[in-house]
Design a protein around this ligand. Sequence first.
Ligand code: FMN
Length: 471
Amino acid sequence: MIFSDLRHYISTLEQLGQLKVIEGASCDLEIGAITEIAACRKKCPAVLFDSLKGFQKGFRILTNFISNRLRERLVFGVSNDLTDPEAVLFWKNRLKEFAPIEPKEAKDGPVKENVLLGSNVDLTRFPWPKWHQRDGGPYICATSSVTRDPESGYINVGSYRFMLLGKNKIVAHIGSGHHGDVIRKKYWAKGKPCPVAISLGQEPSLLVAAGTNLNWGVSEYGFSGWLRGAPVEVTKGAVTDLPIPATAEVVLEGEMLPPGAGTDIEGPFGEFSGYYGGGARPAPITIIKSILYRNDPIILGAPPFLGTSRGILSSRGILVWNELEALGIPDIKAVNYSWGMCIISLKQAYPGHAMRAAHGAIGGTAGYHGRFVIVVDDDIDPYNLEQVLWAIATRCDPETSLDVSRRIWSYKIDPRLPKHKKEAGDYTGAVAIIDACRPYHWIDEFPATTQISEELLKETNAKWGSILGED
Ligand SMILES: Cc1cc2nc3c(=O)[nH]c(=O)nc-3n(C[C@H](O)[C@H](O)[C@H](O)COP(=O)(O)O)c2cc1C
C-alpha cells in the first residue's frame, strides 16, 4: 500500500483500529510513560497525542507508529498471512532485489505551508518531550536528517536524536562512523559548518530507510521509494538546497557547527541499549535557520524503552544474513541480531565455515556495534534463545571454541565501554565469537540428540493426540 504522507498512514491505522488518540498529556514525562505503557499492551496501539499541555491544539506527536506486527508489515509491504519465519525469509529475499526508486523533485509541497525564518525561528513553539526520567532535557528522537557529502554529492538520510537547547539551538548525537558523522567531519575539516535538514515527521518508510544501516553511497530516499513502491517527492528547502520531503510535517534547516565554533552538553538520554550509556558530554551545536511546517503538524517519536519491540523485519539480522551471502558464505539458515548479539545458524559445509561466517558478521555494515557473535548449527533456531543456550552449553568447548576480536568498531553510548576509552575518544570494543557448532571434523561422530523425529511425533500425535487435548 502506498501512503501519500503521514496523515494517510494515520487514517489507515485508524480504520484498522490500530490508533488511540490522547488529549491533554504533558510533554514532561507523561507522553513517554504513556508510550511505554501502550507499547507493552498486547495490541500495542499507535498513540497520537493532541491538545498537548501548554501547546496549540493540532500540534501533535505520534508514537508507536510501526512497533507491532501488523503495522510493521503494512510499512514493509509484507503480507499478514505469512508466519514470522516466512515473513523474515520473504523480506530477506525481497531486500536482495532492492533497486532504488530515486526521489522526484517537486517545486513546492505542503511542508512549505508555514515558513519561519530569522528571528521568527522558535523551536519552543513545537512540543519536545522529555521522554525518560533521567533524560537531560527535551528531545526529538525519530528524525530523518538529510546531509550531502561535500566530495561526491551523495545525499544521506540518517535518524539521529536532537536535544533542545534554545529557540534556534539544538545538539545532536550522531554515532561515530555513521554516515552523517563521516559527512559532517568532512565539512569541519575545512572549517565549514555542515548544512542539515531535519525532518521531524513524514511518511514512515523514510524513517525506516534512515534508521537502516545501508552501505555508504546507497540512497535512503531511493530505499524509501523502493519500500513504498513510489518515489519520495522532495523539494528544496528555504535556506539550504538540500532535498527535503515535500509532504513532511516539520523540517528544520540549519548548520551543524564545527566543534571549535561551539559545543554544549548533550545527554543523558535513555538509549536503545536500555542504559544511559552516552552520559552527558559536550557535543557540537546545530543552529536552526528555518522551520518549515504543515498546518497542525505531527512529530514522530520513537523513544527506546526496554521491552518494547522494534519488530522482526527491521532487525539487523536480516541485513547481516544478506551480507554473509553476498560474501559467498553458503548455507546460512537464519540470523538473529539483538542487543549486540548476533546469532548465526548455518549448515556447516566445510572446516572453518562457522568462523568465516562469524568474521563476516563482524566486518559487515549491519552486524556492527556487537559484543557477541554466536554461531550455531542449522538444527538450532537462532530466535529461540533456549535452544541457543543449549547449543552453547553442549557444543561449545571453552578451550577451543571461543575467540576474542579486539579494537572493533563500537560507539560512545556503549554502556560497557570503560570511562578512560570514552574520554580518549577510543570508541572500539571487543567482540567474542562463540562457536557453538558441533566440531566439523567429527560432526558425524558427535552424540546424536535425543530429539524424537518429526515423523514419529506426527504419527503418535495422529494416534494419541486427541486424548491429550488441544495444547
Ligand atoms: C528511531 C531511531 C533513532 C535513532 N537514533 C540515533 C541517534 O540518536 N544517533 C545515532 O547515531 N543513530 C541513531 N539511530 C540509528 C541510525 O539512524 C542508523 O544506524 C542509521 O543507519 C545511521 O545512518 P547513517 O549511517 O546514514 O548516518 C536511530 C535509529 C532509529 C530508527
